[in-house]
Design a protein around this ligand. Structure first.
Ligand code: 13P
Ligand code: SF4
Length: 333
């Protein structure tokens, strides 16, 4: 498809409102680079009847510039189950696109970069789950959505950071196997009387935070509110004023309107949220997820133009994976 990626007066006019929104987090000198992509992607997605679902960790030019919906893993799965678009472009990591495909086998689901993985999803295989089920016969398997379709297919139900405690309790049993995030599992175990059997997976981004670092923020800025993602280590969560999913953290800022806040999670999110709450001062330590950052505007444009990279799920695996995802969506409705 022939196209000119220049910052023409037409492009400037079409993207002016978006730039006014993000001007505090994207330097003016960078906008002429992003703007032609923003304008073209927004045109093309309408022509293709495509929807762009973006995770909260996407960069501001994606989150505010081209996404039709932004949210946490649960929100993305829920939106994927509701859309009537023909094409879903998932700006996030592979397990998120795979979940959208599990829910929508008849739709084209695209991810702009096939290398967008996740250390949690890489920490466990379907074979590992089969072995665990042999070791703990009859104990239900609750699987974090940050896993492959193979792992979901071997599980009884999925969960996300937004609903993990609720899902574990909804099963009405004394004991569950919780996979694969060890820290999220420990956090869940603290919130419930259900015994939780854990796996050793961790998120390479959240495991880098430390309790000492958080105490340092509190000492330097006593009025600061500290809000953390449950993939963080236990000593970090102990120091936090609030623990929740990425959208849960945004909801907290919206409700509480703290004068100063630090979000202990991937750092693009603070930029995205700061745009929406100009009166809140965001302290922004930077821990980037290298997988989330593989998604860029040029790759989203190429994805829509060439319908790449299509995410497929083996129908035999999909059946079991859908059961686990659908059960989670029912419990979360
Ligand atoms: P959320 O579901 O809370 O957005 O978390 C997804 C994720 O990958 C966090 O690292
Ligand atoms: Fe996976 Fe961690 Fe990146 Fe989230 S932040 S996608 S859990 S590696």
């Amino acid at each position: 498809m022939a196209q000119t990626l220049t910052y023409s007066p037409e492009v400037a006019a079409a993207t002016h409102a978006t730039y006014e929104l993000v001007r505090d987090v994207i330097p003016e000198v960078e906008w002429p680079v992003h703007a032609p992509y923003v304008a073209l992607i927004n045109e093309l997605k309408v022509r293709r009847n495509a929807i762009i679902l973006a995770h909260n960790y996407q960069t501001p030019e994606i989150y505010h510039g081209v996404a039709d919906y932004t949210g946490d893993s649960l929100g993305l799965a829920q939106k994927a189950s509701e859309t009537d678009a023909d094409i879903i472009v998932l700006c996030g990591v592979h397990f998120m696109a795979e979940t959208a495909k599990i829910i929508n086998p008849e739709k084209t689901v695209l991810i702009p970069d096939l290398g967008a993985g996740c250390s949690l999803a890489a920490s466990i295989t379907g074979q590992d789950v089969r072995l665990l089920k042999q070791r703990y016969p009859g104990v239900p398997v609750v699987t974090y959505i940050n896993t492959s379709a193979d792992v979901k297919a071997e599980s009884d139900v999925c969960c996300t950071s937004a609903n993990a405690v609720r899902i574990v309790e909804a099963l009405g049993v004394d004991r569950v196997i919780f996979l694969p995030d060890n820290y999220l599992g420990k956090y869940v175990a603290e919130q419930t009387d259900v015994e939780v059997i854990l796996w050793e997976g961790t998120c390479e981004v959240h495991e880098r935070f430390t309790g000492a670092e958080l105490r340092g923020y509190r000492k330097a800025t006593p009025d600061i509110q500290i809000i953390a993602h449950p993939e963080c280590p236990p000593d970090v969560l102990e120091e936090a004023d609030f623990v929740g999913s990425t959208s849960g953290m945004i909801g907290y800022v919206d409700r509480e309107r703290p004068s100063r806040v630090v979000m202990i999670t991937e750092c693009s999110m603070s930029d995205n949220v700061a745009v929406e709450f100009p009166d809140v001062d965001f302290v922004r330590p930077c821990n980037l997820c290298p997988h989330m950052k593989t998604i860029t505007l040029p790759k989203i444009l190429a994805s829509l133009e060439e319908l790449k990279f299509e995410v497929e799920v083996d129908p035999a695996v999909r059946e079991g994976a859908l059961r686990s995802v659908a059960r989670m969506l029912e419990y979360s409705a």
